[in-house]
Ligand binder design. Structure first.
Ligand code: F6P
Length: 460
């Protein structure tokens, strides 16, 4: 398109996966996920494009169209992936923004790579966008892009949304070159966060670090007004509901239950294998309940899906080793031939397979130590059209502010985890149904379409 696109989404990853067809050829297919399904209609109707990385190093894929979405790949070399993605994004910013659950690592070459990759994203966006277009930049990997893009293209309307927590002032202050990151975000017209206190942290930093004078939810900066507000992210409720109503998926849920031992109660965890998700603490709590005889291998089973993630980063490899050792220990100590207490799957599962698991579950365990939102909690709720199943939910997730009828828990406290698991298992069916009904009403009324629409209306 010679004149550029009216709406451009910018995210570290393109919304596609590379698959190999029956003919042996490689194809791109649209990846599942709320963000892409919410933005797809807008991308189609407004003549939009998506700028991002394919996920493979040294990939020279050119512009593509997949399912009617225009893709503008930004290539990353193996060194870029090492320094910008695994380094600065996921070994510095990620742990620091998640309350130092693991210690952040600071390296000058990583910061340089982060800056140069952000510049390439800004340049690719400047090239793709039409005059006066709307650009929506996503997440912590690209916090310098708004200011870089504004310098190149002052005619654009620029929004930024942070999907992860924004840290308290004293933690943000630990970052080397912290003021640059803040100025990067201030390049946007609207900066969106999951929770109101995150927006307040950001405005407080603008005052403390840059001497700006915020007024309510906005701040004047370089002759413009920058607005900082909360927009809690959500899921594609209609799609989850469609899967949950599918008789094949319901049959698969029945099969899973029978396979796991029909009369055993099922506990489920579904997470990326990430140290922020509290998988270790959850497994430890379950192990203690077994050791104390509060639950037995004949009564209860835990299925933990741990999706492989960022496996080249040392902290993720170490986490995997610790979790797998503990699962092995628990199964060795409390298992029987043909019946183990923990089924651990270090695998990715399709949305349909996950919904079958959600439907088979008695108690869903969503217990991150820190999480910006947590969409798995919302997916579980959206899948339970039968109004059954209980949710144990960490107070340290953004979702806890919306799903107050969950069994809320402090995951840093193993005793509290054990208490919440037992409370959820023992809750009378009508109590579970009342809680589920209220949570479903909330999620249904606040789905991902509404989230995207509200953000874009505020930006317009
Ligand atoms: O929301 C957090 C986030 O890092 C997204 O930006 C990202 O797409 C997702 O989690 C998965 O992480 P990654 O892209 O590093 O595999």
């Amino acid at each position: 398109m010679a004149d550029g696109y009216e709406f451009v989404v910018v995210a570290n990853r393109l919304p596609v996966d590379r698959t190999t067809g029956d003919d042996g050829d490689q194809h791109w297919t649209r990846s599942p996920g709320g963000l892409v399904s919410a933005l797809e209609p807008i991308l189609r109707s407004s003549g939009g494009a998506w700028v991002g990385w394919t996920g493979a190093p040294d990939d020279d894929t050119g512009p593509q169209e997949v399912d009617g979405i225009q893709l503008r790949p930004v290539p990353l070399s193996a060194e870029d992936v090492d320094r910008y993605y695994e380094g600065q994004s996921n070994s510095t910013i990620w742990p620091l923004f998640h309350d130092l659950v693991e210690p952040p690592v600071h390296r000058r070459p990583w910061r340089q790579a982060y800056e140069s990759v952000n510049r390439r994203f800004a340049e690719a966006t400047a090239e793709a966008a039409a005059h006066g277009a709307t650009v929506w930049v996503h997440d912590y990997q690209l916090m310098l892009v708004p200011a870089m893009l504004r310098a190149l293209r002052p005619d654009l309307r620029i929004g930024f949304f942070l999907h992860i927590p924004f840290p308290p002032v004293e933690l943000f202050m630990q970052l080397p070159r912290r003021a640059d990151l803040l100025r990067g975000l201030l390049g946007a017209d609207l900066v969106g966060f999951q929770r109101p206190h995150a927006a307040q942290n950001f405005l407080q930093l603008a005052a403390g670090l840059l001497g700006l004078e915020p007024d309510d939810d906005r701040v004047a900066y370089e002759g413009r007004t920058v607005v900082a507000q909360a927009f809690p992210a959500s899921i594609d409720v209609a799609e989850t509901d469609r899967l949950a109503a599918d008789p094949d998926i319901q049959r698969e849920a029945d099969r899973l239950r029978a396979e796991l031992g029909g009369d055993r109660r099922l506990l489920l965890g579904v997470d990326r294998l990430d140290y922020t998700k509290g998988i270790e603490q959850r497994v430890e709590a379950f192990g203690e309940l077994l050791a104390e005889g509060v639950v037995s291998n004949d009564e209860v089973v835990l299925v933990q899906v741990a999706t492989p993630s960022r496996m080249r980063v040392a902290q993720y490899q170490q986490l995997r080793e610790r979790v797998e050792r503990e699962v092995g220990r628990i199964n060795g100590e409390f298992g029987a031939v043909g019946r183990v207490p923990v089924h651990y799957l270090f695998q990715s599962r399709s949305p349909a397979e996950l919904v079958a698991l959600y439907l088979a579950t008695d108690v869903m365990l969503v217990t991150p130590l820190r999480d910006g939102m947590n969409l798995v909690a919302k997916e579980f709720v959206a899948a339970r059209r039968d109004e059954q199943g209980a949710l144990v939910l960490s107070e340290f997730t953004g979702a806890a502010a919306e799903l107050e009828d969950a069994f809320l828990v402090n995951p840093h406290d193993v005793e509290d985890l054990k208490r919440a698991i037992i409370a959820a298992l023992d809750a009378p069916p009508d109590d579970r149904a009342v809680r589920m009904r209220r949570m479903r009403a909330r999620v249904q009324a606040h789905d991902v379409d509404r989230w995207a629409r509200q953000f874009l209306e505020a930006l317009a």
